[in-house]
Ligand binder design. Structure first.
Ligand code: SF4
Length: 365
């Protein structure tokens, strides 16, 4: 029979050509020689919206990442700045090739304990690669202030922390992912702690779900989940004076990947906010465009995903888009004004915490 009618389009969105091959792919040819355009595979943000919608629960993302492994590892053809980014990860353990010695610069004046110094603590604060980003450092510093307010005993890895490997894995470089995972597991297993807390949903996901294969078994919490517990237990006390209209953007790796929908919303509500939900929210949220290495492979579409997401936010009339991920923050802050302000939930929370006087003498004070 004619298999072509089932072949789909090699390049969705591209004008169909005159030949059968351009119109509906070439099912009888090798994968990337007519059946599928590599750009199609590289444009995926690994957001899992397709998986959530699929009535047959097909895991499309795994297949896409497998195809990327072929392109990256067998052919050395990672799209866009992919090769450069993977080389940076190999050379410096961070995707931007920044000095590994600068990983803890965000906390230079905060006098934080490091795991190397204390050996054992309650909370290990995993900073993630947002630590290198001046704008994102606000979130990390707000989180530190909140942990001190809540009198939590915590420490960071400092320069011992490496990139989690999430980006390498999504870009198909399984070798680099495994090297980073093994190195991080080796470091983490030297120390004693109860919970890893991180504001980075990508690091959260791999630490929680993907390090077990390498001997890393940890209790891992996203910062919104940990902070929600602090508020519930009243180790953080909030004033609700400055209520603003807010909408909340779900990070894919917290929401769809890990079911983390409630904690950030709980925090916003406890701050006295009314959340104007976007039409696409929760498990049907729209990705910011920042996942799966998409900003690095940078395949052009008709519109930038972050612009579409900001349009969703504008529709709600909210003055703030609350975010809970360094990638989402960068993507949405990249949308031109006028637009709602973009703020991490932790930054918003700190503005509303009542100083109970505990923090000054806190164990990390
Ligand atoms: S971008 Fe999201 S919805 Fe599209 S294929 Fe990738 S995971 Fe599925």
């Amino acid at each position: 029979g004619d298999t072509r009618q089932y072949a789909g389009s090699a390049y969705p969105g591209k004008e169909a050509g005159k030949s059968d091959e351009a119109r509906c792919g070439a099912p009888d040819k090798p994968l990337f020689e007519g059946l599928l355009d590599a750009d199609t595979v590289w444009s995926c943000t690994t957001c899992r919206a397709c998986v959530e919608e699929c009535p047959m629960m097909i895991e499309h993302v795994d297949a896409i990442v497998d195809m990327r492994r072929h392109l990256t590892l067998a052919k050395g053809e990672t799209a866009g700045k992919g090769a450069e980014t993977l080389n940076n990860l190999i050379a410096t353990d961070n995707p931007n090739g920044l000095s590994p010695q600068n990983r803890a610069i965000w906390a230079v004046d905060l006098k934080l304990d490091t795991m190397a110094n204390v050996g054992s603590t309650d909370v290990l604060l995993w900073a993630g690669d947002g630590a290198f980003d001046l704008a994102y450092q606000r979130t990390l510093r707000a989180l530190v202030a909140l942990l001190r307010h809540a009198n939590v005993s915590f420490a960071i890895l400092g320069n011992e922390e490496l990139d989690s490997g999430d980006l390498a894995r999504r870009l198909g470089d399984e070798a680099t992912f495994q090297r980073l995972a093994k190195a991080n597991v080796k470091t983490l297993n030297k120390y004693t702690f109860q919970t890893i807390v991180t504001p980075d949903p990508h690091a959260f996901h791999v630490l929680k779900n993907e390090y077990a294969d390498f001997g890393g078994h940890y209790s891992v919490m996203h910062h919104t989940e940990f902070l929600a517990q602090c508020v519930e237990r009243e180790s953080l006390t909030l004033n609700t004076a400055k209520a603003q209209s807010v909408t909340y953007h779900d990070p894919c790796y917290l929401g769809r990947y890990n079911g983390g929908y409630d904690a950030p919303r709980f925090l916003l509500e406890r701050m006295g906010m009314t959340i104007n939900e976007m039409e696409r929210s929760g498990f049907r949220s729209r990705c910011c465009g920042g996942g799966g290495g998409a900003p690095i492979t940078d395949i052009q579409g008709e519109q930038r995903i972050a612009d579409m997401r900001m349009d969703d936010a504008r529709e709600t009339g909210a003055s703030i888009v609350a975010v809970a991920c360094p990638q989402c923050a960068v993507m949405l802050e990249g949308v031109v004004m006028p637009r709602p302000a973009v703020q991490d939930v932790a930054v918003m929370l700190l503005e509303r915490v009542i100083d109970t006087g505990q923090s000054a003498g806190g164990r990390n004070g």
